[in-house]
Design a protein around this ligand. Sequence first.
Ligand code: TXA
Ligand code: MG
Length: 350
Amino acid sequence: MSIRSNFPSAPAVTAEQIAHAAELLDAGQLVAFPTETVYGLGGDAENPEAVARIYAAKGRPANHPVIVHLAPHGDPNYWVEHLPADAQKLIDAFWPGPLTLILKRAAHIPSAVSGGQDSVGLRCPSHPVAQALLDVFGARRGGHGGVAAPSANRFGHVSPTTAQHVRDEFGDTIHVLDGGSSDVGIESTILDLSRGFPALLRPGHVTPQDLAGVLGVAPRLPDGSDATAPRASGTLKAHYAPRTPLALLPFDALEPILSAARDAGERVALVARKSRGGRWASADGVHFVAAPEDPHAYARELYGLLRALDRADVSRILIEKLPDTLEWIAVNDRLGRAAAAFEARDASAP
Ligand code: TXA
Ligand code: MG
């Protein structure tokens, strides 16, 4: 028997490979696995040593919480003090899928998984390989197993959307299940329901409008001004960065930079929607990448594109800033954080 992802070209993962990976998790070891958003670096969520191994592998500070992944038949009640009615409504609407809920953690769940905070982040992924792994691991834990998994990349770097990306990050030190390319391409939407009002901590494929449609109220948006917001590494200003300096500007502001780079004989990458690229799409010295016009397609390609540009022999990556509308909020968020990593050494200047 084999478990295929939604992609016809995705490699098949066998039941034996799943059983082996579940055994590794059971023994406190790490396994990287595909999800529909990005690949995760998984460990037993109730084993603080396994969680410590995740932090060590990523080089991530130990006070940053990680998301607990549950099987489709897993019981969220096991992990939380109390499951609010709003959480149940969102679970019914969006699980399995790219939505993480932050809730008050049950007292018997070790605090290591939430970086010492009193909450826990829960998500049920829709990728069939993730589900198979979570099912088999869960069965070894009397049905209650959860897999703690941040994105399978080194801290601050671009999240992986293929098994090869994971290998590029960790070499062969981490066991990887290959389930093909992640369909969503950016990390899950994170909604905090632990503080009495719904607050979006990280935008993603599930949009604020989608959430409002189920909750009946719009979630508070992340604007950096909420001092009571919990720590979340994906909410750090500089994150998701490639190695090549990156600048994010409206297309009009990019044109003079492109002209100056051309005059200086500098080779730069330009990422813009095809409809916008104009004469720069074929200009000498410009490595033009035609980005998708649609936000979901853009998200799917974003991280692979940034990784490819790190290998493209360009001195800078110039990216067209997308419209300031809710449909682009998740893509703009990731691009903004990638650019923020280079603000100190202004990548829009030569
Ligand atoms: O799509 C995803 O969410 C991927 C895949 C693997 O599921 N995972 C992911 O994990 O993006 P990570 O650790 O890279 O980002 C998870 C975010 C972090 O910013 C973390 O701090 C936040 O979720 N988070 C997890 N538990 C939390 C909690 N209890 N309170 C606040 N934030 C939490
Ligand atoms: Mg991450």
